[in-house]
Design a protein around this ligand. Structure first.
Ligand SMILES: Nc1ncnc2c1ncn2[C@@H]1O[C@H](COP(=O)(O)OP(=O)(O)OP(=O)(O)O)[C@@H](O)[C@H]1O
Ligand SMILES: [Mg+2]
Length: 330
């Protein structure tokens, strides 16, 4: 293992892209950012999307590219770990916006408000006029998971960029690159398992890769599911195949096995959904029926009824569904 340096950075930091061209996935959005980089005139930006897909990274890459050596002086980053109440907006942000900094020609200071969806509406309101008054010299970049938590007036001042989940192929390609750089021993199925567990979240994928390699030494599916502590999709698949065959007893045995391993209802339900989605042996009509049943159970579980009985009922309904002539269509 490559721990000879004594202390090793988490791989998510070690392999954080430095340039926009290194950011994986979301090609259209990255192209827009690259156009801004070339042009030099950065509008106010609002970047939104699920966690771990490169929002913060891209905003910083852009700021580095625009400001070069002036980055340290000319970028103010405030994230959810900083106090960002109304006072800070009034004092710290205004003071920064008024500060004189020598910049490359045609460039602006940048205020990065990361995780902006956790700012209170009051603090967001206080930014409205500030953004306009200092627009000559200062541009704002907001990054958030849910853009609906950003008040409308701010959305309307910004160019909105949406990041989607990173596709499985792109995740895989990145993981292979990291494996080669770190001399990780892996099997293709092991990497596929990491892609499966991380659901388009690059940070999760890289973290899972590092935990598996550091913890168990070889990246195989069994090791990945042990480290990530998720129900093994093969067991879940067998359960579904039993349901498909209408063999409710065997299906319940599998369920009992999963339950005895201590998985929470939600873990089992989400894995069921993900496996059904990828099961090509199911006729489409039945696949849809299964997803609907799993969805209902998911909802009841979230409402608080997360019992074994609830899951057993789901399994019984899935098995019953295979008897339904409507689901025989292929
Ligand atoms: N598109 C990507 N290409 C390459 N690496 C990525 C990408 N997205 C995420 N990563 C990896 O994940 C880490 C975290 O990414 P980042 O901080 O940009 O996530 P984020 O989208 O801001 O998430 P959050 O919403 O949780 O703030 C990076 O350090 C990098 O290693
Ligand atoms: Mg972030």
């Amino acid at each position: 293992m490559s721990t000879s340096a004594g202390y090793e950075l988490p791989w998510v930091e070690k392999y954080r892209p430095r340039y926009l061209r290194d950011v994986v996935g979301n090609a259209a959005t990255i192209e827009r950012l690259q156009a801004i980089e070339e042009h030099g005139n950065c509008p106010h930006l609002l970047v939104s999307g699920m966690p771990g897909i490169g929002k913060t990274t891209s905003v910083h890459c852009l700021a580095h590219a625009l400001l070069g050596d002036a980055y340290k002086e000319a970028v103010l980053e405030l994230n959810a770990s900083d106090d960002r109440g109304i006072d800070v907006v009034r004092n710290k942000i205004k003071a920064f916006a008024q500060k004189k900094v020598s910049l490359p020609p045609g460039r602006h200071k940048i205020i990065v408000l990361d995780e902006a969806d956790s700012m209170t509406p009051g603090a967001q309101q206080a930014l409205r006029r500030t953004m306009e008054i200092y627009a000559q010299t200062t541009r704002f970049c907001f990054a958030c998971n849910q853009s609906n938590k950003i008040i409308e007036p701010i959305q309307s001042r910004c160019a909105i960029l949406r990041f989607g989940r990173v596709s499985d192929e792109e995740l895989l390609r990145r993981l292979v690159e990291i494996c080669e750089a770190e001399k990780v021993q892996y099997s293709d199925e092991g990497l596929a398992a990491i892609v499966f567990t991380s659901e388009g979240d690059m940070r999760q994928a890289v973290n899972n890769l590092q935990s598996t390699w550091m913890g168990l030494g070889f990246v195989s599916p069994d090791h990945v599911f042990t480290v990530c502590d998720q129900p093994h999709p093969l067991v879940v698949r067998e359960l579904l195949e039993r349901c498909q065959a209408g063999d409710v007893d065997a299906a319940l045995d599998k369920l009992e096995h999963l339950w005895s391993l201590g998985y929470a209802s939600l873990d089992i339900i989400t894995t069921l959904f993900r496996v059904v989605r990828t099961m090509d042996t199911l006729p489409e009509a039945r696949q849809l029926e299964y997803i609907r049943e799993i969805g209902w159970t998911h909802m009841r579980t979230l409402e608080g009824v997360a019992t074994f009985l609830q899951l057993s009922a789901l399994v019984a309904r899935l098995a019953k569904c295979s008897m339904d002539p409507r689901c025989f269509a292929t």
